[in-house]
Design a protein. Sequence first.
Length: 289
Amino acid sequence: MMGGASLNSNQFHVVGAMQTAVGCVRTSNEDAVAFVIPSQDDPSAERVCLGLVADGMGGHAAGEVASALAVEVVRQAFFSLQGPVPQSLMRAFQTANRAIFEHARSHPECQGMGTTCTALVIHDGQLWLAHVGDSRAYLLRRGKLAQLTEDHTLHAQMIREGMMNEDEARTAEGGNVILKALGTALDIAPDVWEKGLRLLEDDTLLLCSDGLWNLVDDARIAEGLASRDPHEACQRLIDAALEAGGYDNISVGIFAVRPQNGRAAEPQKSTRRIKIAKVEASEKAPRPA
């Protein structure tokens, strides 16, 4: 699946694309992605860009259900809320977590399911992130690649606590143990940026599942992001992961900050839609200008 859209602001023009692939080994895709920009005549939302990637886990296709629920509920909840972006992201993630948890509780075949979720919001020339799990967000700025999220995994936690180094983590067992995911507990504390990062012209943002970063090193990722066309860059990174074995589902979203000279495309929907009840996330409050 591939899709693209663009967002015009007074500061710059953002063009983006997302692609997800099943890979070379698995028979189903438990990743879900979305890139959403409300239409200009939509009275319920401002011109805000929301991008998400979710990587589900759980047997009997439950991972597909969890990731689809995460993407759809976060999308619906975020755009139903008004108020500061960080609070809206926090409430959207908490609402999605509760929806997945309750779905698993009422559907025994989905017991134990969960999903990573990493979301970006671009609004008023700034970037905000919300994150849980081991999907990632990166920033390529002036040729330098920086990881913007921290993995919620056993090895990442041990590295942060000084119990092992990155070289040891590459060969030690337990690298796929996720410590925090949506839907695995009644309450969740996602990482949400309280302050936005001012974006600069020619910045490039990347969202991806571990099916990319586990197989493609930072140098190759940076090389792929150097393409001026986000669609082409998505395909390059997907191809790189496939060439490296493609043993997991692979999802990539690329969002490029460009001079204000482009036209907006139609907004894209999520990769898989799932029917959910109307989200009631919080009381309405004015979003600051």
